[in-house]
Design a protein around this ligand. Structure first.
Ligand code: MUC
Ligand code: MG
Length: 366
């Protein structure tokens, strides 16, 4: 079995409601559908979501990297996932492009063997609890959104975007959520590096009675000593997200005391490197949250496929609901969140199929 072609198809799906956070905002999902073809006629799929404000990737860049990857070193065998991943790792950066190719290869492998990707990776469970991400808005609107998610989808874990100035803008939101939703919901905060270390410490102190689960990327990891100072005084785990993209970054940030927990995003480490991050976290006894790079339905299917593979990644609710805010999707059978859970798909590979009519409707020319 050999890979014969890597296709990269740009598409655009507007958000019904834009997501706003400290490092940027997203109004249209301008993603890239990646399809890996094998000489047996199998096609594996994944999606790459560019986040220019975080990683510098763009739709055009992802297309260029994906198309070139198919010429890299002959015709690789998808069963040799490590070989594929190390070929891709020769290109520095470009995490979403490399991750999408890696995941499409795993999907092709699963389809070839007639096995689910989750089973190939570890097969721990078939579902995950869902955490919903609340973007910047006024307190009443964010509480109403959380209530809607609980009523309609049974979601009871919420990640609240923070990092605005003055910090009271955000602490008021978290307090309103705790008061409006009660003590049964899980709440944690993500600053996308918007605050300084001292602003973060002040905000966490102000929210000390709100029973937060985690704090994520409140200040930049590049403020090396400030960040270490902050992390050392918190009484909740501090999640490294965009500061720890590769397994090597994770090692450095954890050993330096700049974080005490890890966000794994398959959109940037695919399945092969996410496995490395998972094994590292498991070995070190770190908490893990399956994060969301504002993924569409294909990306969310990838996240749940990986998260369900291990006890550590499925213990906490995974960030799997951003696709609910998109006005369209590409799947023949759209994902559904019920009773606060998202299940993996029953079929081989990722178990998802692309609907050609939906792709025609949303595809853009490269
Ligand atoms: C997050 O966890 O930071 C925002 C930008 C991005 O790449 O991911 C999101 C959510
Ligand atoms: Mg984050």
């Amino acid at each position: 079995m050999k890979i014969t072609r890597v296709e990269a198809i740009p598409f655009a799906i507007p958000y019904r409601k834009p997501l706003k956070f400290a490092s940027g905002e997203v109004h249209v999902a301008e993603h890239v559908l990646v399809r890996v073809h094998t000489d047996d006629g199998i096609v594996g799929v994944a999606e790459a979501p560019p986040r220019p404000f975080t990683y510098g990737e763009t739709q055009a860049g992802i297309i260029a990297v994906s198309r070139r990857s198919s010429h890299r070193g002959g015709r690789p065998d998808p069963a040799r996932t490590r070989d594929m991943a190390s070929r891709l790792a020769r290109t520095v950066g470009n995490p979403a492009a490399k991750a999408a190719i890696d995941m499409a290869v795993w999907d092709a492998l699963g389809r070839t063997l007639d096995v689910q990707v989750t089973e190939l990776l570890g097969g721990y469970t078939d579902r995950m609890r869902v955490s919903h991400m609340l973007g910047f808005d006024k307190p009443a609107a964010m509480v109403a959104e959380a209530q809607g998610m609980r009523d309609e989808h049974g979601i009871t874990t919420f990640k609240v975007k923070v990092g605005r100035r003055p910090v009271a803008l955000d602490t008021a939101v978290v307090r309103a959520l705790r008061e409006g939703m009660g003590d049964d919901v899980e709440l944690y905060v993500d600053g996308n590096r918007g605050w300084t270390a001292s602003e973060s410490a002040m905000a966490m102190k102000e929210m000390t009675d709100l029973g937060l689960l985690f704090a994520e990327e409140l200040c930049p990891a590049d403020d090396v000593l400030g960040r270490r100072w902050l992390v050392s005084q918190l009484d909740v785990p501090f999640i490294a997200d965009e500061s720890a993209v590769t397994p090597a970054d994770v090692t450095r940030e954890i050993l330096a005391g700049s974080a005490t927990a890890i966000s794994i995003k398959t959109a940037r480490t695919g399945f092969t490197h996410s496995q490395r991050v998972h094994h590292l976290a498991e070995g070190l006894g770190l908490e893990v949250v399956m994060g969301n790079q504002i993924d569409g339905q294909i990306g969310s299917a990838c996240t749940v496929a990986f998260g369900a593979s291990y006890a550590l990644t499925s213990r906490r609710a995974g960030e799997l609901s951003n696709f609910l805010d998109m006005s369209d999707d590409l799947l023949t059978e759209p994902l559904e969140i019920h009773d606060g859970e998202l299940h993996i798909r029953p079929g081989a590979g990722l178990g998802i199929e692309i609907d050609p009519a939906k792709l025609d409707r949303t595809a853009r020319t490269a």
